[in-house]
Design a protein around this ligand. Sequence first.
Ligand SMILES: *Cc1c(COP(=O)(O)O)cnc(C)c1O
Length: 373
Amino acid sequence: TMDEAEFSRAARLAHLRGAGLAKGDPIAPPLVMASTYHLPGDPAGVSHQYGRPDNPTVEALEAALGLLEGAEAIAFPSGMAAISAAFFALLKAGDRVLVPSDGYYTTRLVADRFLKAFGIVADTRPTATFADGGFAGYRMVYVETPSNPMLDICDLAAIARGAHEAGALVVADNTTMTPYGQRPLDLGADIVVAADTKAPNGHSDVLFGHAATRDAGTAEAIRAWRKLAGGIPGPFEAWLVHRGLETLELRFDRMCGTAESLAPRIAAHPAVGAVRYPGLPGDPSHNLARTQMNRFSFLVGLTLQSADAAERFIAGCPLIQPSTSFGGVHTSAERRARWGDAVAPGYVRLSVGCEPAEDLWKAIEASLDDLRD
Ligand SMILES: *Cc1c(COP(=O)(O)O)cnc(C)c1O
C-alpha cells in the first residue's frame, strides 16, 4: 500500500486501482452494466446482490472519491441528489437548518419547498456574514464557500467550531473548489457535498454528485437513504466521472493558474467595473481565502456596465462558451441576473477552462475592447 505521508493524493489516485490488480486485469475499471447478479441459494455475505445498492463501477468511483476526500464517499446521480440526501437522511420534524441566502439557488428551493413541508425550519444568511448571530438552536448548519455566483467566502473552521458548540452538524458544499482546492472535512465540517457535474467530471457531459464524511454513522444514514429512496447513480456516469477524476488535478491546476493570471488583467481593463476573485489582494475574501483555500479557484466574477454589455462581451469572445454551469475544459460564462440572482445586471461569472492562458487573454481582451465602440 502507498504511504499517505510520502505521496500526494493525486499520485495515489493514479495508482489506487493498480495496487489491487491480478495478472491480466484491465488497468481501467470495467463498466459493469448490471441490475441483477448471479445469486443462487443463501444471499448472506454475497458482495453484489442487486443493482440498487451494489455496483462495482460505482464502488470503484467511490474508492477514488474517498481517497480524495480522506473520508467515506457516497455517490449520487447529481449534486442535488447528494445535497437532498444530506437533508433528508439527517433532519427530522422540529429541526432547524441554516442555509446560505446567496448560495446555489436550488439548495434553497429544496429547503423552502420540501423541508418546510416536513416540519423543518430553514433560515438563510449571507455567506459573507454567515457566523453573525451564532448557531444556537440549529440541528444543521450548511455552508457554501466560495458562494455561487458571487464568490463571497466564510470561515469554515470558525463556523464548524461555533456550530459544534451549539450541537449542530456542519455540511459544506465544496463544488466550487473540489478536494484539491479546499478541504472542509480537515477544517471541521462533518459532511462534504459536491456536484461532480462541474470540475471533477470536467467534460460537460455528465450529471453527478457525492457526499463524504468521516463519521461511520452519518455515512450509513446517507447510504441507507440512497438505497431506500432509490436515487442511484448510473454505472456509465460513474465510469465517466472516474475517468474525469484521473485528470482533475491537472485540469484544476491549469484552470486556477490561468484564472490567477487573468483576474488582475481583467480588473485593470477600462471596460470592467468591479472584479470578484479571491486571489486578488484587494478582494474582500482574500485574507481568509489565503488561510483556508489551497487555490483561489477558476471562477472570476466581473461586472460590466449593463446587461447588454455583458451579453456582448460573452457573445463576442470566440473562446468563451455561453452556457450555465462551470468547471468544464471549455471556458464558459454567463450573466447570472438572467436567472434572477441578486447580482448586478452586468455581472458575469466566468469559468476559466483549460485553453492556453495567453490565447484566452487575447480573446477576452479583444472582446472587452469591442465594448468601447
Ligand atoms: C451545480 C451545483 C449544484 C448542483 O449540482 P447538480 O449536479 O446540477 O445537481 C450544487 N451546488 C453547487 C455549488 C453547484 O454549483
